[in-house]
Write a protein that binds this ligand. Sequence first.
Ligand SMILES: Nc1nc2c(c(=O)[nH]1)N[C@H]1C(S)=C(S)[C@@H](COP(=O)(O)OP(=O)(O)OC[C@H]3O[C@@H](n4cnc5c(=O)[nH]c(N)nc54)[C@H](O)[C@@H]3O)O[C@H]1N2
Ligand SMILES: Nc1nc2c(c(=O)[nH]1)N[C@H]1C(S)=C(S)[C@@H](COP(=O)(O)OP(=O)(O)OC[C@H]3O[C@@H](n4cnc5c(=O)[nH]c(N)nc54)[C@H](O)[C@@H]3O)O[C@H]1N2
Ligand SMILES: [Mo]
Length: 767
Amino acid sequence: MTVKKYKGAAGGWGSLVSTGKHLLHSENVAKNVLNLLKTNQDHGFDCPGCAWGEEGKKDRFKFCENGAKAVNWEATSRRLTPVFFDQYSVSTLRTQTDYFLEDQGRLSVPLMYDAETDKYTEITWEGAFELIAKHLNGLESPDQAEFYTSGRASNEAAFLYQLFVRKFGTNNFPDCSNMCHEASGIGLKQAIGIGKGTVTLNDFEHADAIFVFGQNPGTNHPRMLHTLNHAAHRGANIVTFNTLKERGLERFANPQSPVDMMFGSSTKLTSLYFTPNLGGDMAAVRGMVKVLLKRHEQAVENGDRVFNLKFIEKHTSGLEEYLAEVKATPWSLITEQSGLSKDQIKSAATVFQEAKRVIITWAMGITQHKHSVATVNELANLQLLFGHIGKKGAGLCPVRGHSNVQGDRTMGIDEKPPQTLLDNIENVFDFKPPQDHGHNAVQAVEAMLRGDSKVFIGLGGNFAAAMPDTEVTRQAMSRCNLTVNIATKLNRTHLYPGKNALILPCLGRTDIDLQQGKPQKITVEDSFSMVHASQGVVKSDIRKMRSEPAIIAGIAHATLGNEPVDWLALVDDYDRIRDLISQTIPGFTDMNKRLANPGGFYLGNSAAEYKWNTSDQKAQFHRAPLPEAIVPASQRALSKNPVFVLQTLRSHDQYNTTIYGFSDRYRGLSGDRHIVLLNEKDISAIGLTSGDKVDIEALWGDEVVRKVTNFTVLAYDIPMGNAAAYYPETNPLVALANHGDYTFTPNSKSIAIVITPAHDPVPERIV
Ligand SMILES: Nc1nc2c(c(=O)[nH]1)N[C@H]1C(S)=C(S)[C@@H](COP(=O)(O)OP(=O)(O)OC[C@H]3O[C@@H](n4cnc5c(=O)[nH]c(N)nc54)[C@H](O)[C@@H]3O)O[C@H]1N2
Ligand SMILES: Nc1nc2c(c(=O)[nH]1)N[C@H]1C(S)=C(S)[C@@H](COP(=O)(O)OP(=O)(O)OC[C@H]3O[C@@H](n4cnc5c(=O)[nH]c(N)nc54)[C@H](O)[C@@H]3O)O[C@H]1N2
Ligand SMILES: [Mo]
């Protein structure tokens, strides 16, 4: 384990060197150079990394360092064959790291679990489909099955999947969005009538100020740094709220700029950087509004104004009640909860007030708390006061995670489907889809645990590692009669099989997808509601892999026959799937034709056109009191030791549960992921020294002990009382019931913990 402060800018040579290393590790260098040149290009594939959008410019390179990692990781030449499972039983594989599991290469044949030998062996595709059909058709009710989706699935795959599952008879669609941006969807729908961001990439070129909340784009959306870089060069103010001083938000050297690369120059991105307490953003924004309200009232006395009264009058409701709430919020609570001083909050308010056009972006630092919906509402409130929605250069921008997580929802991967979707399905396919809400991810685990749900099917992802309360989630999976995972790489979830289990190997974004000898394209939707095509270009060794649409069609055909569609014929030509999407999903008319447009097409955004699809057809101010405390007194009282608030986050060398390596370059950390970052003063206050081994125990208040052991505590620039550690290693600390209000999203960014010297400081684990 080494700690060394990273002094350089984000990007620059460090990014190039890292990209080269991962290129070599793929053992597929020549082909992957071609792959990288096709990343995010017209007639190429959409980067399987994040959901940031494409700039229209004809850049030769449209990938970033972490996009390159994702491409190299998928397009490796290594193949995982049945021979591997001759060597390893599932129990032995459980002792291996996540890195080891995925590093074995691409899954290449369908596999079935044999409980007697505790090994996976090869099965035919037809055998696999029949087994699934037998289990599904044998259930007493379709609601006894769970159909998970991770956000890499294409629109075509997602559409087929939801059609199959609804015809089968359930809305049980737990998905990765349930753990991710659920609060953004719910909060924005309440406020502005649509659960998506209101800006396009072009808006960033016109904003005077960009406020970035709870997001680490240098690692998780690196192409956003280019956008921020342009904005900073234009003189726009970038204001950051992040509990950690993230290097990527401070300084950026553009690897595509010859000047930056030759002369080592870089750009200062953030002009004002605030480090609030975890969960303190709602308080900070409330404070900003309090400052602005006072200024507004003073201005009004002088016949002037600060708020955009014309916009408020014409487009909004609920102002009075909201402002009453703001007045009732005491400064003492605002400064205590945010950890920011009144002066700091005032300075943020001033930048906001002086900007004519403001964009607010956010990610998991906002959405993974108990009060996340209220916080998203608060961000919307601030924008509404100034009319910063619908005009050029202004708006709300939840930056999505998985590259097609937004598209999957649009296609109907939704346990609470809108009535219009259900009605459209009924009209087009002539059957009545189930009307009751289905299970989200937390409810799915609960149902499997109770034994109510007996079949789990995962379209991508790593459910058992991504979900909280690791032991409980794994038990839930093991109790199923059948678990099925459609995947590119072996992962932890596959090692917690039900009584029967299948792993079905699928093609990824970088692979050429041939159906009836004809290459197929798929489509995705980015954070800016742009839909575009994606197509693998470099020939790879696909063995027995099948495409996701083909696998779903195979399952559907075996389970339902040709009802309500000829599944297998649809897959012969994906244009046919898109024709059905055009008929069923609003905004997709003439999809096949419109895809011909380079860069794809824009779905539009009702709020950006001043159409508010809310209960009163107005944009709504929502009022909510600040939470009493981020860790309630009752929880603090569970221990005599000092209680810290822990966030679980991503390193620079991972994609969610996929671990590419052990270097968190911009944070200057490398070697081991079992670490916890604390303020130096906090470390001495609990009688420890940086580098000591510790155990971390969560305080929740039920009987269960939730603990991870033998972590290294490290002194770090982090506000006192706050802690940070990596996901998924710390997922065992989050109780399943510890989730957001209305969202059921695990509170992965505010876990109450105590830290004690390691009870058994034996380094028993392999890295
Ligand atoms: N390379 C790479 N790219 C990815 C991913 C990946 O794992 N690797 N994951 C993808 C996915 S699915 C998602 S959802 C996104 C995630 O993108 P992010 O949301 O950027 O991911 P996290 O690592 O969870 O980082 C949370 C950031 O918010 C800060 N933060 C945490 N809590 C708070 C808080 O309460 N207040 C404030 N102000 N700040 C806080 C943390 O310090 C950290 O900088 O990235 C996507 N892109
Ligand atoms: N503690 C904590 N927990 C968290 C989070 C956190 O910040 N803290 N973040 C949450 C968030 S934001 C999210 S989105 C979830 C992520 O949860 P998931 O989406 O379930 O997890 P991933 O790690 O992205 O899934 C990786 C696996 O997907 C498979 N895969 C990769 N590409 C493809 C493909 O093209 N097709 C198919 N079928 N499979 C593919 C590979 O087998 C790989 O092992 O985790 C959540 N969990
Ligand atoms: Mo996510």
